[in-house]
Design a protein around this ligand. Sequence first.
Ligand SMILES: [Zn+2]
Length: 123
Amino acid sequence: MVEKWSEKELHKFRTMIDGKRVKVTEELKDVRERAEGFSTGDSVNAIYSSHMADAGSDQQEREKLFYFLKRETEYLQYLERAIEMLDDGTFGICKTCDEKIAEERLNEVPHTSQCFNCKTAGK
Ligand SMILES: [Zn+2]
């Protein structure tokens, strides 16, 4: 018999994923505001002081922000995918071998649809 996740366990995952989703959404909002501030400042810099001494570090800081934004946006999409999987009942079950996916793996990558063994084997 194939073991499935209990309602209680699934509820625990949903709470965990929802918590992460709220946190990431707030972080994204925060970082977006900072990134927007940067781009406004940049157009002013470009016109009035194109050879400012700290332009380089500004650029680096901005790249870091955009990298963070990109990564967090992707992460948010993964979390939303995981919620969909919880809704349609495919969450936490390997699509290849139909076994439960290890809990620590689900905590790391909740949207995964394959267990570690199948993923590693490239099935
Ligand atoms: Zn598997």
